[in-house]
Design a protein around this ligand. Structure first.
Ligand code: G6Q
Length: 546
């Protein structure tokens, strides 16, 4: 394909944007009573309503034409077939293989990998059963009742998010902690609160070289040994999830207690692998498998459905529509479910680490915007904080509103109130409140005309603010699996449209190198060559420490 921005579908979208950018969704809904029917789709237990977007059927046809131009389907096939689409790291991208059912086959570089995946999963599952059934005991003979996952980035955010999301399925006599930050305060708080004799530490690190994780792991090991345990007891209390057996052995963890995975599983796509050990321990193997099956259903939906009914493709195209033609730079994730409170943070990594790129696969710089800023908080909390800016700020911000129809905790009127707010917000963001309505409302309250004139502009909502609504019947392990995989594929499609590599993360690697130099200087108190700001700040640290 020629440069994306020179392609015919792109140019068609540019001129179409000029034609439709001033249309108000309020009018589009009035003009077409079947707008919901036209712009909603269901699959894998999810309902996507995308009718509250600044689109017409013509917009969608033009966006689908873009997907055809880029040949998203063929790119999808290459990923699922294990081609080395992560070219800068020369790796396949096969998180979808982790969700393939037993008995299916996938040959990559002459090797059948699904059987290997299930062999490793069975190893993890057997261990999990022993811990959950109290057969795995600590060094004093007591069963494990506390799990501490030590990891960062992809080795933390996914497992933490899922453990929180599936809390209703959590084994009640096990408690969970996730330590990621190298700030000693994080591990210190956990060490202080646990009984080492009944605690299991999972050191989760694909590379087993990550400074933060290894520093936390060493401090946990030191605290364990100081608690009265001996070196030989480490095997009962420390297990590893990694691709690096040598480093695991060097750390002192019995390699029999290492749960492996493969370099074709990217960190932010790894919760389906052994990195999900904490999830298995929390909700059990059966529920973990249900989550895998939900994700697999979404893989099939994405791979087998025409663009017009393909949820990840539609979401991706809408993101491109706003990002590249309306100049929207920020996208909000609003889960109306307390159990999904870490979902925005998880998606931040998935989306921003994947598509925060400015260079195309061929090494040239893009001449269009790529991944947006992703942020959010659970509803209704966000309503009492940043929704103001979404309703009345100067920037156009798009949002995904996510909610289960049924609650895991149907107490009184809570869920109806939650859903009422959920529905009211997207309606209000879409319709807004015109000046005439504001004035009429004030008159009804007998406000005098002078005050009406001064107050009205502040109370006007222009509306026309786009949202997607994503609903599931209940937040079950299966539904969660489908939801996560839906976003993975959305990110994939956008990466392919923008022509970037969604699967490397050189920006993350840079951080790892930079800190190494400064650590040496902090330890030796010798300042190297830096800009005056860094030198001034280092000198300040030395002064305060002294
Ligand atoms: C994810 C990134 C990054 C990674 C962490 C932890 O895609 O590569 O977030 O997960 O840097 O890496 P390790 O698992 O190797 O410790």
């Amino acid at each position: 394909m020629s440069n994306l921005s020179d392609s015919a579908p792109w140019k068609a979208l540019q001129s179409h944007h000029e034609e439709v950018c001033d249309l108000h969704m309020r009018d589009l809904f009035v003009d077409d009573p079947d707008r919901f029917g036209k712009f909603s789709v269901s699959a894998c237990g999810l309902l996507l309503d995308y009718s509250k977007n600044r689109i017409t059927t013509d917009t969608m046809s033009k966006l689908f034409a873009l997907a055809r131009e880029v040949d998203v389907a063929t790119h999808g096939k290459s990923m699922f077939a294990g081609e080395r689409i992560n070219t800068t790291e020369d790796r396949s991208v096969l998180h979808a293989a982790l969700r393939m059912p037993k008995g299916s086959e996938l040959h990559v570089d002459g090797e059948e990998i699904v059987e290997q995946v299930h062999k490793v999963a069975d190893h993890a599952a057997a261990f999990v059963n022993r811990v959950r059934n109290k057969e795995w005991t600590g060094y004093t003979g007591k069963p494990i009742n506390t799990i501490v996952n030590i990891g960062i980035g992809g080795s933390d955010l996914g497992p933490l998010m899922v453990c929180e999301a599936l809390k209703p399925w959590q084994q009640k006599d096990l408690s969970f902690h996730f330590v990621s930050n190298v700030d000693g305060s994080h591990i210190a708080q956990v060490i202080e609160s646990v009984d080492m004799a009944t605690t299991l530490f999972i050191i989760a690190s694909k590379t087993f070289t990550t400074q933060e994780t290894l520093t936390n792991a060493r401090s946990a090991r030191d605290a364990f040994l100081q608690s009265g345990a001996a070196e030989k007891d480490i095997a009962k209390h420390f297990v590893a999830v990694s691709t690096n057996a040598d480093a695991v052995a060097e750390f002192g963890i019995d390699v029999d207690n290492m749960f492996r995975f493969w370099d074709w599983v990217g960190g932010r796509y790894s919760l389906w692998s052994s990195i999900g050990l904490s999830i298995r321990l929390s909700v059990g193997n059966e529920n973990f498998d249900a989550m895998l099956s939900g994700a697999h259903q979404m893989d099939r939906h994405f791979a087998e459905t025409d663009y017009e009914n393909n949820i990840p493709v539609i979401l991706a195209l809408l993101g491109v529509w706003y990002g590249n033609f309306f100049n929207v730079r920020s996208h909000v994730i609003e889960p109306y479910d307390q159990y999904l409170h870490r979902f925005p943070a998880y998606l931040q990594q998935l989306d921003m680490e994947s598509n925060g790129k400015r260079v195309k696969m061929n090494g040239t710089v893009v001449d269009y915007a790529t991944g947006p800023v992703i942020w959010g908080e659970p509803g209704t909390n966000g309503q009492h904080a940043f929704f103001q800016l979404m309703h009345q700020g100067t920037d156009l911000i798009t949002a995904d509103f996510i909610a289960p129809v049924k609650s895991q905790n149907p107490i009184g009127e809570h869920h109806s109130i939650l859903l009422a707010n959920f529905l009211a917000q997207t309606e209000a963001l879409m319709t807004g409140k015109p000046q005439s309505d504001v004035e009429a409302e004030l008159r009804e309250r007998s406000v005098d005309e002078k005050q009406i004139a001064s107050l009205a502009p502040h109370k006007v909502f222009e509306g026309n603010r786009p949202t997607n609504t994503i609903m599931m019947d209940e937040l079950t392990p299966t539904a969660l699996g489908s939801l996560i995989a839906m976003y993975e594929h959305k990110v994939f499609v956008q990466g392919k449209i923008w022509g970037i590599n969604s699967f490397d993360q050189w920006g993350v690697e840079l951080g790892k190198q930079l800190a190494a130099t400064l650590l040496g200087e902090l330890q030796s108190q010798k300042i190297g060559e830096h800009d005056s700001s860094t030198i001034g700040l280092l000198a300040h640290c030395f002064r305060v420490r002294a």
